[in-house]
Design a protein around this ligand. Structure first.
Ligand SMILES: [Ca+2]
Ligand SMILES: [Cu+2]
Length: 362
């Protein structure tokens, strides 16, 4: 009861005020508890708490920019528990350690079968992955096959195909990672993938209802805050932010929680199944969704036969002509066995103190 009263007071104080960009957003109320111990290597403590999740839908799902897609609304209230999160996406060096220790072979390195990819043309049933290939002329933006190719021999060691490699790129995010690959790495590391709600809570960095993970201005004082796309999409990546293509992790400032690359650079897998109407389902229930784990099954009306999970954060390909997915509340999605050269991941860890583990084991 107490929390309901508090919530109502906050809502009265903030609704329509200048604090949060739009009246759809109410203030973030972070948990007060301290980090439960020393941070695991490369991770930061995210306190969790209550926040407004999603983005204000200002378009009809067309490519009218900048905008959020329809699946990112309505904005709804969510609570997440505190957790540890990797400060950066998993790097090539980190992924290499995992592969050396386990002999793991990624999905892109395995020859796909007709059973796994019933809709794939026979010539595509070779080990490989999906690579961004800029066309040499302007193309209509409603057909992404104009700039995505399935490339034989593309995988995390050869992100753009056999002629490319990751030498000297130890500190770049690993890409060409399918969902089972990310899951296998997380399990090996004693971690897990973030839920979509955890990702967004963390990305907002303690701010409330801002457009970007750093605030409302895309380039505060002219500063580039994330690795995105400049120039004519998809023809020419002008790299005005310092990077045409992918950037090493930590190339841009961290957000309020000390997390890097929570917007731009590479998309990151979340553990939720993707359903276009999931936010509407939660909003219709009313109240505060507590630690939402995503829907029970995937459904993307635009590709109903594909099993997709959520992607978050946007990538170096995002731009205001096409997708603007560096906007913090917006969503991405991807078929679980499909990697691309702008898709990676990072891990989280729930707080389970040794004391709790001991008492449970008794
Ligand atoms: Ca860039
Ligand atoms: Cu994008």
């Amino acid at each position: 009861m107490k929390s309901i009263v508090w919530f109502a007071v906050v809502a009265v104080l903030t609704r329509g005020s200048a604090c949060c960009g739009t009246p759809d957003f109410e203030v973030t109320i972070a948990n007060k508890n301290q980090a439960p111990g020393k941070a695991p290597d490369g991770m930061v403590w995210i306190p969790g708490g209550e926040f407004s999740m999603g983005a204000v839908v200002n378009g009809e799902g067309s490519h009218e920019m900048p905008m959020a897609s329809n699946d990112a609304g309505p904005v709804h209230r969510v609570r997440v528990d505190g957790f540890w999160m990797d400060a950066t996406p998993v790097t090539n060096a980190q992924f290499e350690k995992f592969v050396k220790a386990t002999g793991y072979v990624t999905i892109a390195e395995r020859t796909p079968t007709k059973e796994e990819f019933p809709t794939a043309p026979a010539e595509n049933l070779v080990a490989g992955s999906v690579v961004f290939a800029p066309p040499d002329h302007e193309v209509p933006l409603n057909d992404h096959y104009q700039w995505w190719n399935y490339v034989k021999g593309a995988n995390w060691r050869h992100p753009l195909g056999p002629q490319s490699d990751i030498k000297g790129k130890e500190n770049y995010p690993v890409v060409q990672i399918a969902y089972p690959d990310a899951e296998a790495y997380a399990k090996w590391a004693g971690k897990r993938l973030p839920t979509e709600a955890e990702f967004e809570f963390a990305a907002r960095g303690g701010l409330s209802g801002k457009t970007y993970v750093w605030g409302d201005e895309f380039r505060p004082s002219g500063k580039w805050m994330a690795n995105t796309w400049q120039g004519k999409f998809p023809v020419k990546d002008a790299g005005e932010d310092g990077y045409a293509g992918i950037a090493p992790v930590k190339s841009f400032p961290p957000n309020g929680y000390g997390l890097y690359d929570m917007a731009g650079n590479v998309w990151e897998w979340c553990s939720d199944w993707y359903r276009a109407d999931y936010y509407k389902t939660l909003a219709d229930k009313g109240g505060v969704a507590s630690n939402p784990q995503g829907p029970d099954s995937p459904f993307d009306p635009s590709e109903p036969n594909e099993k997709k999970r959520v992607h978050r954060g946007g990538s170096f390909l995002c731009n205001e002509q096409y997708c603007s997915r560096y906007i913090v509340g917006t969503r991405g999605k991807g078929e679980i066995n499909t990697g691309t050269n702008h898709l990676g991941f990072r891990c989280v860890m729930s707080d389970a103190t040794p004391r709790e583990k001991i008492s449970k084991s008794k």
